[in-house]
Design a binder for this molecule. Structure first.
Ligand code: BEZ
Length: 249
């Protein structure tokens, strides 16, 4: 979910791998003509459009106004709505989400919203960062905070649950979990790790001065060079996906 002030054109330029690597979760959703589908944390709407092109009626929601503007320009119904506050009731055949639920740090609220939004027997299909996601990146960021007392306390802006934890939350909300799996998925960062940090780690660094941010970026990059960079593959982040399908019982 776009919990920060995303810029749609920056995202398109440097984070286009996010929708590109989502074929499997769209396959799991298997959208059928005539279905009504909600896309939570739709970003710039690339996947929302793919789903719409299958003949579905789709609504995209995202907390970034810039992203929603881009989605509307694709001819898709879309609203600026935080995924914690989904307002719909018994409306959708499926609720879909890619690379967004880890921004929702109150998962019970997000799951409850998805549950209420679904019609009976509707399905919730999603993929997001699970336990162990970006562990190497996170360790480096935490270490740099520890080494620079003037940065203050490190604040973790993401939620990366285990299979057991998320399955329990889904079941507590009333879902039947048909499938859930943790999938390591090394992810090439074509624009480099500094760009990734600039775009995605804003929630960690937005209180820092420009000078502190420069130190942060350089130090994190130095720490990661031997773990995440090779001449052959460039920068590759240690992504781990949690993918699931759950139905409203
Ligand atoms: C992810 O897709 O796993 C992710 C993206 C940005 C920040 C953290 C995680």
């Amino acid at each position: 979910m776009s919990q920060q002030n995303w810029n749609a054109s920056e995202y398109k330029k440097h984070a286009s791998f996010v929708p590109t690597m989502a074929n499997d979760v769209v396959g799991l959703l298997a959208p059928k003509e005539g279905e009504v589908i909600l896309d939570i944390g739709c970003g710039d709407g690339e996947l929302t459009q793919k789903i719409q092109e299958k003949g579905c009626s789709v609504i995209g929601v995202d907390s970034s106004a810039s992203m929603i503007e881009t989605v509307k320009n694709r001819g898709i119904e879309a609203y600026v709505i935080d995924g914690h506050n989904i307002p719909y009731q018994n409306k959708f055949d499926a609720v879909f989400s890619n690379a967004a639920l880890h921004w929702l740090t109150q998962p019970e609220k997000a799951i409850r919203g998805a549950y209420l939004a679904l019609k009976e027997n509707g399905r919730f299909v999603a993929e997001f960062g699970g336990k162990g996601n970006i562990a190497t990146l996170l360790k480096a960021m935490q270490e740099v905070f520890e080494e620079n007392a003037d940065f203050g306390q490190f604040h973790m802006p993401w939620y990366f649950p285990s299979v057991k934890e998320y399955q329990e939350l889904l079941e507590q909300a009333g879902f039947y979990v048909k499938y859930i799996e943790l999938i390591p998925r090394p992810t090439p960062l074509k624009s480099g790790v500094e760009k990734w940090l600039e775009i995605f780690a804003d929630g960690i660094t937005n209180h820092l001065s420009q000078e502190q941010k420069t130190i942060f970026l350089g130090s994190v990059k130095d720490k990661l060079l031997s773990n995440l960079f090779t001449e052959q593959s460039g920068w590759v982040a240690d992504y781990v996906r949690l993918r699931f399908e759950a139905t409203k019982a």
